[in-house]
Write a protein that binds this ligand. Sequence first.
Ligand code: PGA
Length: 244
Amino acid sequence: MREKRQLVAGNWKMNGLLEDGRALARDLGRLARENPPPCELLVCPPATLLFVVGEILAGSGVALGAQDCHAAPKGAHTGDVSAPMLADLGCRYVILGHSERRSYHGESNEAVREKMVAAWEAGLAAILCVGEREEERASRRAFAVVKSQIQGSIAQSAAAPRLVLAYEPVWAIGTGLVPSMADISEMHAAIRPLLPSATRILYGGSVNPKNAAEILALSEVDGALVGGASLNAADFMAIAGACR
Ligand code: PGA
């Protein structure tokens, strides 16, 4: 279980104009070179910043990923970005099924599954996000919800190198709330048998430099998906530095 390298991924969401993106990427690249963290590092900027951030981070050891992709490789899909386009820019990962896309864009498990196939065909690894809402945890349905998201969203022929799972309780995203360490461990242990062997399971939701060491020390946690704290290079690198 322990031979997997932890992965710390930054989800910048819809943040950053060109100059912000350049500055953040430069800071990250510098910090990563000066003090390489004991984990794999990934940043997922908005689509508009992928090209510049990719150029700045080339050779720094920080990988590039995107936040979503379309299920088709090309065609009449105004406003969308395809997986081959992301791969062409140097992306290695794409986040799929984030709760913000599931709630604000009505993405179903089936839609996420189709995107996953497209990602794989383009050579990208998929970071599949799942997680329960507050009322689902309160009514003890958290595992059932997460299980059905996993079973509905993961495409056939899934294999560990091209699939990462991110458990992100919806109520913990951007709120400063974090489940207890026991609850995180329990959920990760419960979902592990549903995944191809050796799949990394990240925790996401209000990870910050203060709580990172405790979360990343859990034997069931193979890394973190970080939103808000990934917009500050020092905070993001402090989280990465807390990896086992
Ligand atoms: P947060 O976001 O770290 O700001 O809670 C996590 C995420 O949405 O991936």
